[in-house]
Design a protein around this ligand. Sequence first.
Ligand code: NIG
Ligand code: FE
Length: 431
Amino acid sequence: MSSITYIKRASQLITVRGGSKEPKRAQDMSDIGIIEHGSVVVENGMITFVGSDVEAERYVHTLNGHINTIDASGKIVTPGLIDAHTHIVFGGSREKELEMRLNGAKYIDILKAGGGILQTTTSTREATEKQLIQETSKRLNRFLQYGVTTVEAKSGYGLTLEDELKQLRAAKKLDERHPIDLVSTFMGAHAVPVEYKENPDEFVRLVIEEMIPRVAEENLAEFCDVFCEEGVFTVEQSEQILEAGKGYGLKPKIHADEIVQFGGAELAAKVGAVSADHLLQASDEGIKQMAKSGVIAVLLPGTAFFLMEKPANARKMIEAGVPVALSTDRNPGSSPTESLPFIMNLACLTMKMTPAEVLTACTINAAHAIGRADEVGSIEVGKKGDLVLFDAPNYQTLQYNYAVNLVDTVIKKGQVIVEGGALRDVPVPTT
Ligand code: NIG
Ligand code: FE
């Protein structure tokens, strides 16, 4: 017998339809496919009906089996939110950095002095795979409560072959055992570890010749990312690493132009990256090239906020025709939050994106940024039944209320996981 979930009478059903083939750009980002008084039916985990309440009643009458009916009166229903950029698997914490930064230390200087990412590398190396799974589960549970149903997860706190594999294996097990779907990115080139400080090219060689082949062989990642930044990896090193990844089927992503203008956006276009992320300092030429090559800009306004920097120029990118996605960048140093809805608030308030654009950016465009646009990111027949009911009568209300959690219900593949804002018994993976 089929398992049927029927969500009816949404005040607005935000379908974000029409972007599954190509990410939405420019004006299309504002087209979020609203159905007023809409309903959705999910059968055996997949969406089988999307339409008006009246049509839905007729459709549901034709079905056999137990129907779990959810009344969404007074609420909006959106696709499950997608976070396309996180560093969620790590050990330890970095709270001391806040006071250091309040006293004037810069994020990059903390890293150059052996702290920052390198401190998390030490604690991640010390953690067992089991500990990483347990710690990360808690973060994933919080993500669920914020309406996030798919998360990208980068490695990059191991920086040895075995420790990178440990992080990626933890992510793979979490994908199998936790309700959230995880998509893995290998980011061995996140920082040059202390043991290679005097010989960074040797570390690049290790990434290219030993880590990438092994990650690909064990099928532990779909993407390869590099922190291309002054004092971290040069444009040339980044290109070598991303090209090597491509040779093993890992699609390129890049941490680009975060702190200084460095040619990261241009490199993203050159290597055909799926996304370039951060982009606070991206050049006009780089933005133009990204638009031409169809590179998605994954913007992280929470990171700019937390590091007290001016955010990326989202308006310029949208006007240039770059498809924009938004993410938390969840990590222990520059963005310790799972609240994607707060990131959406920040995108409106600090980057002047509109409430409609931010919904596109956290759904279908984010799905494209992690290669999942055929499965998730919109409410359309044939996609996974990943849905969020927000306690808001229209989509603008979601952005008008800031830093509050309006998530009422989260449905993952047709199953209710969050109800009345609270997690149902999610089996927390322990091994
Ligand atoms: O995307 N910029 C580089 N990497 C991460 C931060 C990682 C960390 O500080 O631990 C980022 O912001
Ligand atoms: Fe990042």
